[in-house]
Design a protein around this ligand. Structure first.
Ligand SMILES: *Cc1c(COP(=O)(O)O)cnc(C)c1O
Length: 396
């Protein structure tokens, strides 16, 4: 019998990567990230429909908030309509306002940066490491030394005069940032940390859950995240006053009254509906199972990808446990020009592969925002390929 198997050396890079992915997840098409419903999702959402408690009142919102606090170790969790709203209300509660600047990575999803603009503040972009998508804290430190001045207990940008009101790190693809190092900077420069942990449910740094280090942290439960509520988000905090303020702000600032509608400030209608929270309660029961599957998937991908020269799978850093939300290939610089061919080949084979987001400072609405040197982020963004990552790709 004649076979036409080609040796690895004659395969193009795209063929090698596609064949490596196929060897791990099989030949069926696979999206970038799909939710998995194997528990009480149907039962609990049906209960909402049958009882009529589908909207802004019901027991599942409280249950989901308690479950989130318990799982993450945060003292308080406030469930809201999505991760973008969670960041918005967190920034408002932290006092970020007009003419402030917020330090934020250029390499992130738009949902991190839009809420800064909603507050009338300006994003001030920070760089990524040369070899990983997360922020380069050492470079940030050197940069802040040059641009920052402390006045009356707050940090100001010497060249724009704006207050540096917050730093908003992102645990990109579920890999936690070095929070000890960031906490040093936050303390020294008097800039509060608000963590965008939208991608990091189930990830820890030194054993502590992502999103619980800063003054505030936020999560997302969009359909492509680690657990989903359809659409949803949450704010985490250990500060009881902030928790109360966020609850108030996200529920139209309504003052409790038996019959009357009274509101004492401009609030937001960001409360998570009960039917979404029901889905969340069911999903949360399976989160350890999802994270385990995703970690196994990372090991399987790593084993085949490491055989391909000049490509690696992003692994978790020291002191961290990653949920591996999105599995991430990083091409070496010398083959970066083949990224789009790799993406096309994977998609042609039925695999949902994606490049990383367009860098935020290149988008028209943020083109003139202040920034540090962003060569790390630019280098990284050109070399990332995310590959199918959903929990269903591993059978336990
Ligand atoms: C998903 C995501 C958000 C926003 O969450 P939504 O629920 O989609 O509004 C914010 N930041 C990051 C990094 C995300 O991945």
């Amino acid at each position: 019998m004649v076979t036409f198997a080609r040796s690895d050396t004659t395969m193009t890079l795209s063929e090698q990567i596609t064949s490596a992915v196929r060897s791990v997840i099989g030949t069926n098409p696979a999206a970038l990230h799909e939710p998995l419903f194997e528990g009480d999702e149907e039962k609990l959402t049906r209960e909402c429909v049958e009882t009529g408690w589908v909207s802004s009142v019901g027991k599942f919102v409280d249950a989901f908030e308690r479950g989130l606090a318990e799982y993450t170790g945060a003292s308080h969790a406030i469930a809201v309509t999505n991760g973008t709203a969670a960041l918005h209300v967190a920034l408002v509660a932290a006092g970020v306002g007009r003419s402030d600047e917020v330090l934020v990575p250029a390499l992130t999803f738009i949902g991190t940066v839009n809420p800064i603009a909603y507050c009338g503040a300006t994003p001030h972009f920070i760089d990524s490491l040369p070899n990983a998508p997360e922020i380069d804290i050492e470079a940030l430190e050197a940069y802040l030394d040059g641009i920052l001045e402390l006045r009356g207990g707050s940090a100001f940008n010497k060249s724009t005069g704006a207050r540096l009101a917050a730093i908003l790190p992102v645990h990109v693809f579920g890999h936690p940032v070095d929070m000890d190092h960031l906490a040093d900077i936050s303390e020294r420069y008097k800039i509060p940390v608000i963590e965008d942990a939208a991608e990091a449910m189930g990830s820890t740094y030194k054993g502590r859950h992502a999103g619980t280090f800063g003054l505030l942290g936020t999560l997302s439960f969009n359909g492509n995240k680690i657990i989903t509520t359809g659409g949803g988000g949450a704010v985490l905090t250990n500060d009881a006053d902030l928790a109360r303020r966020i609850k108030h702000l996200s529920t139209t600032a309504r003052v409790a009254h038996r019959m009357e509608f009274i509101h004492d400030m401009v609030g937001y209608n960001y409360r998570m509906p009960n039917i979404n929270a029901a889905l969340g309660v069911a999903q949360l029961r399976n989160i350890n199972n999802f994270v385990l599957r995703k970690r196994i998937l990372a090991d399987r991908y790593a084993a085949v990808i490491e055989k391909i020269p000049a490509v690696r799978l992003l692994r978790e850093g020291n002191d961290t446990q990653s949920n591996y939300w999105l599995q991430t290939l990083i091409l070496d610089e010398e083959i970066a020009d083949q990224r789009d061919q790799v993406l096309s080949a994977l998609n042609d084979a039925g695999y949902g592969a994606r490049p990383v987001w367009r860098l935020m400072h290149t988008l028209p609405m943020f083109e003139s925002s202040p920034r540090m040197d962003l060569s790390g982020a630019e280098g990284m963004a050109a070399r990332i390929v995310n590959i199918p990552s959903g929990p269903a790709l591993v059978q336990l």
